[in-house]
Design a binder for this molecule. Structure first.
Ligand code: FAD
Ligand code: UDP
Length: 399
C-alpha cells in the first residue's frame, strides 16, 4: 500500500513537471523550434549589413545586441540638433566603389573632408603631414625645400626602420617626430615609440602638396542625418533583441537558428579559457558649451605628452552645424580593463598568437561564423567592415 502511494506520488510529480514543461513550450511556442536561419550577435555595421543582405535573400534573421541601442561603435546621439559620435569620431572614407555605391543606397553622404589640426603647446599645424605643416614648422615654401629639410634629418636612420620612432623620423624627420608624433603616439598606445611597430605610422599620408585631406580616399563624407540612419535602414523589418548578452544565454538561443554570425570578442565566446586578448581602451568626456564655435574644426589633436587627452572633437563641424551651442568630446586613451569597451586590438605577437589559437577552436564549432572587428581581432575601417560582411554573405550562400 505504501509503495503504491509512493509510485502514485512520483507519477504526479512527473506529470506536473511534464505539464509545466509542455506549458512553457507552448507558451514560448515557435521559439523552441529551429526558427531562424541566422542568429546574428551584434548590431554594429557588420551585423547590420549581414542581417540585411541575408533577409533580402529570404533568410530569417534574429539580431541580438547587448547594448540598449543598435549600431555598435558608429552609433550617434542627437543633442540639440547635433549628432554626437558617442564612441569616437567616425569619418567614412573609401577607395572601394562597390562599398560606396552600396551604402549610398541607404543614405547620402555630405561633402565633409577630414582636415584635422595638431596643437603642440599652442603651436598649430595642419595634418596630415603636408606642405602646410612643413611651412609652419620650418618656413619652407617649395616641395624641394621641404624635401631637403627632411632628407637632412632622416640621415640618422640607417637602413630599414625597425620601429615606429625610426619609421617616423625616416618619413618626416626629427622635428615633426618630436612635436607631432612622439607625444600623441605614446599617449595613444601607452608605450614608447621605440616599442611600437613601424606600420602604425604608415597609415598617415605624407604629401609634398598643400593638401590637408587626411585620407587618400576617392570617396569621403558623413551620412546626411547621421550614422544611425544607415543602421536603421539596414535593420528595417528585422527582429532585434536589445540588452541580451549572447554569451550568457547561448544555450537558449543556439537551438533557434541554423547558424550563428558572431561579431563579439572571441576570447569571451570561449569563456577566456586560453587567456584574455588585450585591447587599448578609450574614455570619452563630453561637454556642452554655450557658444557657437569652439575650435573651428571637427578634430584637433593634442600632441604634447603633458596633455592627458589625444584629441578634442567638435561634433557639429562634421555636418556644418550652425546651432547656437556646441558639443565637444575629449578623448583619453587608457589601459583597457576586462569588462570595459574594447576599442583597439593590440596586434602584437603574443595577442596575435592567442587569437590564432582561439580561431583554431572556433573552427570546430559547426554553426559558428565570425565577423567584424572584435571577432576578427583586427582594426577595420567601416568600408572594410562592409566589404567583409558582403563577402561573408556571398561565401555563405555560395556554399
Ligand atoms: P562594433 O561596432 O563594435 O559592433 C559590435 C556589436 O556587437 C556591438 O554593438 C556590441 O555591443 C555587440 N556585441 C558584442 N558582444 C556581444 C554579445 N556577447 N552579445 C550581444 N551583442 C554583443 N572607421 C572608419 O572607417 N572611419 C573612422 O573615422 C573610424 N573612427 C574610429 C574611431 C574609433 C575611436 C574607433 C574605436 C573605431 C573607429 N573606426 C573608424 C572603426 C569603426 O568603428 C569600425 O569599423 C566599425 O564600427 C566596426 O563594426 P563592427 O560591427 O565590426 O563592430
Ligand atoms: N599620429 C600621430 N600624430 C597625430 C595623429 C596620428 O603621431 O597627430 C600617429 C599615431 O601613432 C596614430 C597613427 O598616427 O596611432 C595613426 O593615426 P590615425 O589617425 O589613423 O589613428 P586613429 O584615428 O586610429 O587614432
Amino acid at each position: 500500500m505504501e509503495w503504491q502511494g509512493f509510485i502514485v506520488g512520483l507519477q504526479n510529480i512527473i506529470a506536473t513537471i511534464e505539464y509545466i514543461l509542455l506549458d512553457r513550450l507552448s507558451l514560448m511556442g515557435e521559439d523552441y523550434i529551429m526558427k531562424y536561419d541566422y542568429l546574428i550577435v551584434g548590431s554594429g555595421l557588420f551585423g547590420a549589413v549581414f542581417a540585411h543582405e541575408m533577409s533580402q535573400r529570404g533568410k530569417k534573421c534574429l539580431v541580438l545586441e547587448r547594448r540598449q541601442a543598435v549600431g555598435g561603435n558608429i552609433r550617434c546621439e542627437e543633442r540639440e540638433g547635433i549628432n554626437v559620435h558617442v564612441y569616437g569620431a567616425h569619418i567614412f572614407h573609401t577607395n572601394n566603389q562597390m562599398v560606396w555605391t552600396y551604402l549610398n543606397r541607404f543614405v547620402q553622404f555630405n561633402q565633409y573632408i577630414n582636415s584635422p589640426m595638431a596643437n603642440f603647446r599652442g603651436e598649430l599645424y595642419n595634418l596630415p603631414f603636408n606642405m602646410n605643416t612643413f611651412r609652419a614648422m620650418w618656413g619652407v615654401r617649395t616641395p624641394a625645400e621641404a624635401k631637403m629639410k627632411i632628407s637632412a634629418q632622416r640621415t640618422e636612420i640607417a637602413g630599414e626602420p625597425l620601429n615606429l620612432e625610426e619609421q617616423a623620423i625616416s618619413l618626416v624627420g626629427r622635428d615633426i617626430y618630436e612635436k607631432l608624433i612622439q607625444g600623441y603616439t605614446e599617449k595613444q598606445w601607452g608605450r614608447k615609440c621605440k616599442d611600437l611597430p613601424a606600420f602604425i605610422i604608415k597609415r598617415l599620408p605624407v604629401r609634398y602638396t598643400y593638401d590637408n585631406n587626411y585620407f587618400n580616399a576617392r570617396y569621403q563624407g558623413i551620412p546626411i542625418g547621421g550614422y544611425n540612419k544607415i543602421i536603421e535602414k539596414l535593420l528595417e523589418g528585422i527582429q532585434v533583441q536589445l540588452g541580451v548578452d549572447y554569451n550568457t544565454v547561448r544555450s537558449e538561443y543556439d537551438c533557434m537558428a541554423e547558424k550563428v554570425m558572431y561579431t563579439g570578442s572571441l576570447d569571451e565566446y570561449f569563456g577566456y579559457r586560453l587567456g584574455r586578448l588585450a585591447y587599448r581602451g578609450l574614455r570619452f568626456e563630453m561637454e556642452r558649451l554655450e557658444q557657437e564655435n569652439y575650435q573651428g574644426v571637427a578634430v584637433m589633436n593634442y600632441t604634447a605628452p603633458e596633455v592627458p587627452y589625444t584629441r578634442i572633437i567638435e561634433h557639429k563641424h562634421f555636418e556644418f552645424g550652425t546651432q547656437p551651442v556646441t558639443y565637444i568630446t575629449r578623448e583619453y586613451p587608457q589601459e583597457w580593463q576586462p569588462g570595459q569597451e574594447a576599442y583597439y586590438p593590440v596586434n602584437d605577437q603574443r595577442n596575435q598568437d592567442l587569437y590564432n589559437r582561439y580561431a583554431g577552436l572556433a573552427g570546430w564549432e559547426e554553426k559558428l561564423l565570425l565577423g567584424g572587428r572584435l571577432a576578427l581581432y583586427r582594426y577595420l575601417d567601416m568600408d572594410k567592415v562592409v566589404e567583409l560582411a558582403l563577402a561573408a554573405v556571398e561565401r555563405e550562400l555560395g556554399s
